[in-house]
Design a protein around this ligand. Structure first.
Ligand SMILES: N[C@@H](CCC(=O)N[C@@H](CS)C(=O)NCC(=O)O)C(=O)O
Length: 111
């Protein structure tokens, strides 16, 4: 049913794709996260809901991630979405702001 709707209307934000479909990978985005962080879980749920994927760096186990975050973004707080696109290099910290950014990406990907 979802696939039929997709054929008719295209990919709509908020409508999960079928289980066998591949997430849309968003280039230039890196999510710094910790599995134990509820704000990170909120962001990861937004990715799942929209069937999007970004590069992810576990703050404790990805080599150099913590240093990158502190030196680039200015603080060790997670979640943080690093946006490297069109010459821009931005560190977006608040989970609500990150979810809003991903919602917009999902809308653009569905066009
Ligand atoms: N208001 C922030 C809260 C983020 C937050 O408190 N993250 C915690 C982990 S759950 C953290 O990184 N704390 C360590 C720190 O801020 O240095 C958001 O919504 O993203």
């Amino acid at each position: 049913m979802i696939n039929m709707l997709r054929r008719l209307f295209g990919n709509q934000p908020g409508v999960p794709r079928s289980a066998d479909s591949k997430p849309v990978y968003l280039y230039g985005l890196t999510l710094y996260y910790l599995p134990s962080c509820p704000f990170c879980a909120k962001v990861q749920w937004a990715l799942v809901k929209h069937d999007l994927a970004v590069t992810k760096k576990h703050l404790m186990t990805s080599a150099g991630a913590r240093d990158e975050l502190i030196h680039g973004g200015g603080k060790p707080t997670v979640p943080c979405l690093r946006i490297q696109r069109n010459g821009e290099d931005r560190w977006l910290y608040e989970s609500d702001d990150i979810v809003a950014y991903l919602n917009k990406e999902a809308q653009d990907a569905a066009r």
